[in-house]
Design a protein around this ligand. Structure first.
Ligand code: SF4
Length: 336
């Protein structure tokens, strides 16, 4: 039996053998995703025989987390496991009226960034659009979610088809109806897939830079060798931005590694004259590594100089610092 979570309106209409009218298909997906009605029999705006047909064809259950940890700042990290036994993580981050879910797109990751625990622990497989959407729909405060960020385990643009399908379900009026301006896809930069995201979605895009120097970046972000960040920034620079859409550089600052004046100067050179924002992030120390986050005043200094250079920037505070907050930690705990 197929999983209903992950089915789009168009796909449901195309199940013509089922004899579903467009109207019934629209009601079924709207009831399930937008109204969060968890089973077909409770969808009273659909005739009984259609409900029974859907019950016989689809399974509506969502994955439940197998473990969770609550931070003192109220962030919650969930661990899920697919039917095939692949672990992946989801983080719920409340911040006043803003309630964000950080979703995974893969179990593990094959990009091999050495500073990332997920990268270190190998690749187990892609998640389906249903498994991505299910992360948003199965957490307790699902109806209050305002923002979704694709920043959990995995490289979203190494699973582009499923990510684009998940974005369609997240943003459609029959889906979760979240504004694309409230959805952010974060990537280390895979140029052809970046192009697809720009054209086929209206979601925000964040490029993880690590270093403005190509040679230095290539040492920690292997994708740089094939898909230089400079080329992606050039593409973002010329891409017409409409509505609330935003392009951002995520800059994880590590003490004495990428927080020098030379890095700051090069960053300004790379971004001056663009509308690309810089989000400065504190580095999450991984047990056993020798790196540490840049001091708070150094991060504020970067923000200040970028801002007065005409580059919009902010320092993001660390959330969930007292739980297994770094991507991959909860899943790595499962393996022990
Ligand atoms: Fe993958 Fe992102 Fe970790 Fe790199 S930083 S290994 S792309 S999850």
């Amino acid at each position: 039996m197929d999983l209903f979570c992950g089915v789009t309106y168009k796909q449901l209409v195309q199940y013509t053998g089922y004899g579903l009218s467009n109207d019934h298909a629209l009601k079924a997906v709207t009831n399930y995703y937008r109204r969060r009605i968890p089973d077909f029999q409770s969808m009273k705006n659909i005739p009984k025989q259609v409900r029974e047909l859907l019950v016989s064809k689809f399974q509506t259950e969502l994955f439940s987390p197998v473990r969770y940890e609550i931070s003192s700042d109220a962030s919650v990290k969930y661990l899920f496991v697919t039917d095939a036994g692949k672990p992946f993580e989801t983080v719920f981050i409340p911040d006043g009226n803003r309630k964000t879910v950080c979703v995974s797109t893969q179990s593990g990751c094959r990009m091999g960034c050495p500073f990332c625990l997920t990268g270190r622990s190998g690749f187990l497989g892609n998640l389906t659009a249903g498994e991505i959407i299910g992360q948003v729909m199965s957490i307790p405060l699902t109806r209050e979610i305002t923002h979704v960020v694709f920043m959990g385990m995995g490289e979203p643009l190494d699973n582009t088809d499923e990510v684009l399908k998940a974005c369609e379900i997240l943003t459609s009026s029959w889906g979760l109806a979240i504004s694309p301006g409230n959805i952010t896809i974060s990537t280390v930069g895979i140029t052809p897939a970046v192009k697809r995201i720009l054209i086929e979605s209206k979601c925000n895009l964040t490029l993880s830079l690590f270093s403005p120097f190509a040679g230095e970046r290539a040492k920690v972000v292997p994708a740089e060798k094939k898909y230089p960040a400079g080329g992606i920034i050039k593409m973002l620079r010329s891409f017409p931005v409409t509505g609330k859409r935003r392009f951002t550089i995520a800059y994880i600052m590590i003490a004495d590694v990428n927080d020098s004046d030379a890095h700051l100067k090069e960053l300004i050179k790379l971004l001056k004259g663009t509308s690309i924002r810089v989000n400065i992030l504190p580095y999450h120390e991984i047990h056993g590594d020798s790196c540490s986050p840049s001091p708070a005043d150094r991060m504020q200094y970067f923000r200040h100089i970028l801002t007065i250079s005409g580059i919009s920037s902010s320092v993001r505070r660390s959330r969930g610092a007292d739980i297994s907050a770094a991507c991959g930690l909860l899943a790595s705990g499962l393996k022990k």
